[in-house]
Ligand binder design. Structure first.
Ligand SMILES: CC(C)(COP(=O)(O)OP(=O)(O)OC[C@H]1O[C@@H](n2cnc3c(N)ncnc32)[C@H](O)[C@@H]1OP(=O)(O)O)[C@@H](O)C(=O)NCCC(=O)NCCS
Length: 150
């Protein structure tokens, strides 16, 4: 847990993660649309960032391998979301770095994600690189697999 007077970052529940995924990643859709397979796995963890005790950003880290990468110990980053009014202030960076630091402690060697086209630049700034061709996730749009060696 990282903490100062108005800023806190640490583990949260899946339910808390859904509450931010919904307005940011599934706007107008029911909460059921925000639940991912694996959200409740023992190996999955959810990170949240609170400002003034209000949850404003979330990310989920799931043990899942992608055959595009050779590393044995891989995790997938999912549901990376910062509430609109808090975007562009460095909170996305902070949450990602915090999650990555926990993965490093677990000996995980590779983190990857299915990045929305609009988020590619954000991941590149965090040293993720594109692997392979773009693909379309129905109802959401163009994505790229992006990965980073830890
Ligand atoms: C993408 C997202 C998670 C980034 O979080 P954030 O808190 O807004 O990003 P940060 O302020 O930490 O930005 C970090 C860097 O990435 C860049 N960046 C962030 N979002 C960007 C975007 N959409 N387009 C271009 N660059 C972006 C910033 O300019 C910044 O670069 P800098 O350090 O050189 O200034 C957040 O904007 C978001 O939730 N967007 C909507 C949902 C989404 O697309 N999620 C990703 C799904 S794959």
């Amino acid at each position: 847990m990282l903490e100062n007077s108005n800023y806190r970052i640490g583990l949260i529940t899946a339910k808390e993660a859904w509450s931010i995924r919904q307005p940011v990643l599934r706007e107008g859709k029911p909460i059921e649309a925000c639940i991912f397979d694996g959200d409740d796995f023992e190996t999955t963890f959810h990170i949240g960032l609170f400002v003034d005790n209000t949850l404003i950003a979330v990310a989920t880290f799931m043990k899942n391998s992608n055959s595009l990468f050779l590393e044995k110990k891989q995790f997938q980053l999912r549901g990376m979301a910062v509430l609109k009014e808090f975007q562009g202030k460095g909170y996305g960076n902070d949450i990602l770095k915090f999650g990555e630091s926990l993965l490093i402690k677990q000996g995980v060697k590779m983190i990857w994600c299915n990045a929305r086209k609009i988020a590619v630049n954000f991941y590149q700034k965090n040293n993720y690189t594109i692997k392979g061709d773009s693909f379309i996730i129905p109802e959401i749009g163009i994505h790229y697999v992006m990965g980073k060696t830890l």
